[in-house]
Design a protein around this ligand. Structure first.
Ligand code: FEO
Length: 401
């Protein structure tokens, strides 16, 4: 074992012992342009605790960081807050290496870990609210089901006032700095994480916020498993979660499209000019230059979703189908919009996209806009007017911020 990777002190008793994945650019379909971290934590109580592990390939890095503070064999408990492989991939390695007295997870976590590794890891299930004396301090486990997996839980370290929140309040952001006040450019990455991972569970975010409020924990640190540890600006991220979870739309819109020969692009530009003219702040997001995960980030606070697709073989253009499928899975609420685009023989692509928007409960902000082959001045004017009318519908129904 080398001596390259060191732990980072969070409090007198808590150390960050995770791993930095500088090169990650794809996290199950989510573009991670700035890499990520897998945060794990060592608690130096009388009976030391390891909270969460890292992706399998980073086990060596994590072990070195732990070993820079204590002999790993002194660790008595490993807590697994969440079974997804970015936090549990190296768990069997650590269990084998450390041979702790206990490994704890939620009941759903116990099952999920067993379903992942197909062997008995000796996991003890803890109940919601259960506590564990770790010698000189105490852990309390609180389920956070479906934030964002059924097994998810958070762990509270009472004396040090640290809440280990796993994926909640996290973001994909690789850095050599560990704390929020050292990484001030976090906002976009936090929004992107929410939009791509947490959005479908927004109602549960609100319920979890109530649960936290009822627990009345005197939070001093929020320590998630990705990105910075919150030690300065805890209320900012908590308030942003409450805002994003409410999904109150703003007077803004995104125009997402792909194009075969430029016709749908012309329509997108005309429609977006109409939206802007009508007072709606509009972003045009061509799929050739915007990743789906950035598109949903831009959608997070928007009131309008406008989707442009050419018709290809009587279907939605494949790249547009991709982003629509992705958006559908994230189940955004309170959007208005319409489909538009160019066709040759039949406007099936636009009609299918309109059907998908309907299935996603996007309220129509006007009729589908379609144009045969190449738009002429009249077709562009019609797209502009459709944008203007859609803007009027958005302005009518969405209060000014
Ligand atoms: Fe970071 Fe759901 O794993």
């Amino acid at each position: 074992m080398g001596e390259t990777f060191r732990a980072v002190k969070v409090t007198d008793k808590v150390y960050w012992v995770g791993a930095i994945d500088w090169g990650l650019r794809d996290f199950h379909g989510y573009s991670t342009k700035r890499g990520t971290t897998y945060n794990s934590y060592l608690v130096l109580s009388e009976k030391p605790v390891l909270i969460d592990a890292v992706k399998k390939e980073f086990a060596g890095e994590m072990l070195e960081r732990v070993s820079s503070v204590i002999d790993p064999s002194r660790i008595k408990t490993i807590v697994s807050n969440h079974a997804e492989m970015d936090h549990s991939g190296s768990l069997p390695f650590f269990i084998d290496r450390i041979k702790p007295e206990r490994v704890v997870a939620s009941a759903m976590g116990q099952k999920a870990l067993s379903d992942h590794f197909h062997k008995d890891l000796g996991i003890t299930a803890v109940k919601d609210g259960q506590t564990l004396d770790i010698g000189g301090d105490r852990l309390a486990f609180h389920e956070s089901r479906m934030l964002h997996w059924p097994d998810s839980m958070v762990t509270w370290l009472e004396g040090e006032r640290v809440l280990f929140t796993n994926d909640i309040f996290g973001m994909h952001l690789a850095s050599d700095r560990r704390f929020d006040d050292e990484t001030p450019d976090w906002h976009y990455e936090a929004a992107k994480y929410y939009a791509n991972i947490v959005l479908p569970y927004s109602d549960l975010v609100l319920a979890f916020a109530k649960k936290l409020q009822a627990l009345n924990l005197p939070l001093k640190y929020i320590a998630p498993d990705h990105g910075p540890i919150w030690r300065k600006d805890l209320s900012s991220i908590v308030q942003l979660y409450l805002k994003w979870a409410q999904q109150k739309p703003e007077r803004s819109a995104i125009v997402v499209f792909d194009t075969m020969w430029g016709s749908t692009q012309q329509l997108a530009r005309a429609l977006s000019e109409g939206l802007s003219e009508g007072g709606v702040s509009t972003k045009v997001l061509p799929l050739k230059s915007n990743h789906r995960s950035d598109i949903v980030t831009e959608m997070l606070c928007a009131g309008g979703l406008f989707v442009g697709t050419p018709t290809m073989n009587r279907e939605i253009y494949p790249e547009v189908a991709d982003v629509l499928t992705y958006i559908k899975g994230l189940a955004p609420k309170n959007l208005k919009g319409l489909a538009f685009g160019s066709y040759g023989w039949t406007p099936a692509g636009q009609n299918n996209a309109a059907e998908m928007l309907k299935a996603m409960k996007v309220q129509p902000a006007g009729e589908t806009v379609s144009c045969k082959y190449v738009p002429d001045a009249a077709a562009l004017r019609a797209a502009w007017e459709a944008g203007l009318k859609a803007a009027q519908a958005i302005i009518r129904d969405i209060p000014d911020a």
